[in-house]
Design a protein around this ligand. Structure first.
Ligand code: NBP
Length: 482
């Protein structure tokens, strides 16, 4: 019997996806560069389903029904190109090569174009949920030729996570690199989500005086309301953990230097290229860098830089009102961070010719991935109607929620600034909100300055034709039309 899907690259992600397919009843052909990995998988999990062992890519290709579907799960970057190069001569037109790794979306665009030119389908799939998700149900974001989804989609949907309403967390996203792009932005939002939780944690500690164990209870409570999400749930777990060695809260013995594997950085680099103001995501990436990039400089700063914090206003230790303020600030900042990420998807869709369905994208983040949250239901509703809002923040339910949270949000940011506690995403998302809302921004002075030193011209508020004007700054200072 021919296999319905082949998997090449059987490290943890590939092995778990292969097992997931087999457990759903598919016959899965297995291949790995070093055969030992294939044999280890078969020895340990061969009984879970129907597998076909192969030792070479030729054998793998020969084991598959037509059109062939081959999932490549090797290390992102050069190895993906190496495997594609070796596979292409073995395939027939209409076969589907799937890259389920963490590939950069521009690589996916390039590979899709190259394979399309020889009649092959290349599907770049964003897979979220880590090892466990791969086995038990990830959130899956496939991009590539839509016609390939007819043959591949049902298989991907069968291994995907399911939302509470039973819908699979998998849907065709758009052409070429769209799937990997959406996965990248998911990771950017994940950075912001984690950073605002971290800021809340710090404020609860430094201002409200709550110890980690007490905070665990607060987060557990928050997880029952509008903040309900996987990250809030596991925050309670981490904060509640006691270090066996010292008896202290575990959080206090973990070095405060955050790591990253680069997808947040990709998101911000791409946002800069698109001119997309994802301030919350950018601040989150920078916050991680600041925590870890120059430890010696941080140590020196702790000795040299004064706090300049005046006599603090009232004591808020034990103040339940402040804790509730932080909850509301966290929710509002999170709303803005998601809105910024979705706005980036809209800008990217226009740039790359993708018609991204934001309601569908929100729907498949509801389970299986790290940012799964109650809020995604609200986002789906916001984009469900005929006329989608230009920004998530304009959806009536979201505007109302922000209105309710704003006084608390402003108090929390003010309190953080007063006390010298950094809350970069709480404050930058609030600045973004206020910037959007203000009738005039300080950009007029920027334009004036640019015109002064570089004759870059400006537009006038009283000229609807959008003509370009220039003041003769070094001459008689009269105005000319450029
Ligand atoms: P790795 O990223 O560690 O890659 C190991 C696999 O790549 C092995 O099968 C290895 O074969 C193969 N490989 C390498 Br390395 N170079 C190769 C080459 N030139 N030709 C053929 N095969 C080659 O595996 P992973 O941790 O399972 O991750 C797979 C993908 O999934 C990556 O893109 C990763 O970023 C992504 N990922 C995603 C998540 C998530 O949550 N979505 C989590 C973890 C990883 P060998 O056995 O012969 O050395």
């Amino acid at each position: 019997k021919k296999a319905q899907i082949g998997v090449t690259g059987l490290a943890v992600m590939g092995a778990n996806l292969a097992r997931n397919f087999a457990r759903k009843g598919y016959t899965v052909a297995l291949h790995n560069r070093s055969v030992a990995r294939t044999d280890a998988l078969l020895a340990e999990h061969g009984h879970e389903g129907s597998f076909v062992r192969t030792e070479s890519l030729e054998e793998l290709v020969g084991a598959l029904e037509s059109p062939r579907r081959i999932l490549v799960m090797v290390k992102a970057g050069g190895p993906v190109d190496a495997v594609i190069e070796a596979l292409v001569p073995l395939l027939d037109p209409g076969d589907i090569v799937i890259d389920g790794g963490n590939s950069y979306f521009q690589d996916t665009r390039r590979r899709e174009a190259a394979l399309a030119a020889v009649g092959l389908h290349f599907v770049g799939v964003g897979v979220s949920g880590g090892e466990e998700g791969a086995l038990l149900g990830p959130s899956i974001m496939p991009g590539g030729p839509q016609e390939s989804y007819a043959s591949l989609g049902p298989m991907l949907e069968s291994i995907a996570a399911r939302a509470e309403d039973g819908a699979p967390c998998c849907a065709w996203i758009g052409p070429d690199g769209a799937g990997h792009f959406v996965k990248m932005v998911h990771n950017g939002i994940e950075y912001a989500d984690m950073q605002v939780i971290g800021e809340a944690h710090e404020l609860l500690r430094s201002v409200a005086g709550l110890e980690p164990g007490e905070q665990a209870e607060v987060f557990r409570q928050w997880n029952t309301g509008e903040l309900a999400s996987y990250l809030i749930e596991i925050t309670a777990e981490v904060l509640g953990q006691v270090d066996a060695r010292t008896g202290k809260p575990l959080i206090d013995v973990i070095v405060d230097a955050a790591g990253q594997k680069g997808t947040g950085t990709w998101t911000v680099q791409e946002a800069l290229a698109l001119g997309s103001p994802v301030t919350g995501i950018a601040e989150s990436v920078f916050a991680r860098a600041l925590s870890s990039a120059e430890p010696a400089m941080r140590a020196q700063a702790q000795r040299l830089l004064p706090a300049g914090v005046g006599a603090t206003t009232e004591d808020v230790v034990g103040d339940a009102g402040f804790v509730e303020d932080v909850r509301q600030a966290l929710y509002a900042s999170k709303l803005v961070a998601y809105a910024q990420g979705l706005d980036m998807l809209t800008l990217a869709g226009a740039e790359y010719g993708w018609e991204l369905d934001l309601a569908a994208i929100a729907s498949l983040w509801r389970q299986g991935c790290i940012i799964r949250a109650q809020l995604l239901e609200t986002i789906m509703e916001a984009y469900a109607g005929e006329s989608a809002p230009a920004n998530l923040l304009f959806a009536p339910a979201v505007t109302t929620a922000l209105e309710a949270a704003l006084p608390a949000w402003r108090r929390v940011v003010a309190r953080a600034v007063e006390r010298g506690i950094p809350a970069p995403v709480f404050s930058s998302t609030l600045a973004y909100y206020d910037s959007l809302r203000r009738p005039r921004l300080n950009a007029a002075l920027t334009q004036g300055l640019r015109d002064y030193f570089g004759a870059h011209t400006y537009r006038r508020v009283d000229d609807a034709s959008a003509g370009a004007y220039h003041t003769l700054w070094s001459g008689d200072r009269s105005e000319v039309i450029a």
